[in-house]
Design a protein around this ligand. Structure first.
Ligand SMILES: Cc1cc2nc3c(=O)[nH]c(=O)nc-3n(C[C@H](O)[C@H](O)[C@H](O)COP(=O)(O)O)c2cc1C
Length: 185
C-alpha cells in the first residue's frame, strides 16, 4: 500500500527564527512508514497574494501558486509548525493558506504552536481559519517559553508534550486522505 504523504510546514520566515528547531522535534516523532516532506515558507517565498482570481475558483495565473497547489494536492495530512505573533499566528502562514482553497477541503491538519503560554491565542485564531477552509483540525501540542522551550529554540518537551504529539499523529494518520481519494491532476 502507498505510504501516507505528510507535509510539515515551517511557518516562520524570520532570519533569526527558531521554528526549524520545533519542526525538528516534530519530524523526529513522525511514525515509521510515513513519507514526509518539509515545506519551509521562507524558502517557498510566496509573494503577498497576487492572484487576480478568487482562490476558490482554482484558476491560478502564477507559477508559484501552481507549485504550492501541487504540493498540497500531493499531501494526505498536514502539520503546521507556527509561532505566535501579537496573539495571532504569523502573516506568512495566513498568506500561504489564502492562496489556495479547494486543496484544503477535508485535509487533516495538526497545529503545533510555540511561544508564551504555548501559543494558545495563535492556535485558536488559526483553528478558525482552518475550519473556514474546511480542513479537519487535529489538536497538537504547544511548546512554552521558560517551560519546554528556550527563546533560543532548545526544545525540552515534557512527557505530556510528547504524548500530545504522538496522539496528534495517530489522529492525523487515521483521518489522512486514502490513496484512492488522491486528486488526479
Ligand atoms: C512580531 C512579534 C510578535 C510577537 N508576539 C508574541 C505574542 O503575542 N505571544 C507570544 O507568545 N510570543 C510573541 N512573540 C515572541 C515569539 O514567540 C518568539 O519571538 C518566537 O521565537 C517566534 O518564532 P520564530 O523565531 O520561529 O519566528 C512575538 C515575536 C514577534 C517577532
Amino acid at each position: 500500500m502507498s505510504p501516507t504523504r505528510l507535509s510539515v510546514v515551517i511557518a516562520s520566515t524570520r532570519p533569526t527564527r527558531i521554528g526549524h528547531h520545533i519542526a525538528q522535534w516534530v519530524l523526529d516523532a513522525v511514525p515509521a512508514d510515513v513519507e514526509v516532506t518539509v515545506h519551509d515558507l521562507r524558502e517557498l517565498a510566496l509573494p503577498f497574494l497576487d492572484e487576480p482570481g478568487q482562490p476558490a475558483d482554482g484558476n491560478y495565473a502564477h507559477e508559484h501558486t501552481r507549485r504550492w497547489s501541487a504540493a498540497m494536492q500531493a499531501t494526505d495530512a498536514l502539520v503546521l509548525v507556527m509561532p505566535e505573533y501579537n496573539r495571532g499566528y504569523n502573516a506568512a502562514l495566513k498568506n500561504a493558506i489564502d492562496f489556495l482553497y479547494a486543496e484544503w477541503e477535508g485535509l487533516p491538519v495538526g497545529c503545533v504552536g510555540y511561544g508564551w503560554h504555548g501559543a494558545s491565542f495563535a492556535k485558536s485564531a488559526l483553528r478558525q481559519t482552518l475550519e473556514r477552509v474546511k480542513m479537519t483540525v487535529v489538536e497538537g501540542p504547544g511548546l512554552e517559553f521558560e517551560k519546554t522551550l528556550t527563546q533560543a529554540g532548545e526544545v525540552s518537551a515534557s512527557p505530556a508534550d510528547d504524548a500530545a504529539l504522538a496522539a496528534m499523529f495517530r489522529e492525523l494518520l487515521a483521518g489522512a486522505r486514502p490513496p484512492q481519494d488522491r486528486p488526479t491532476s
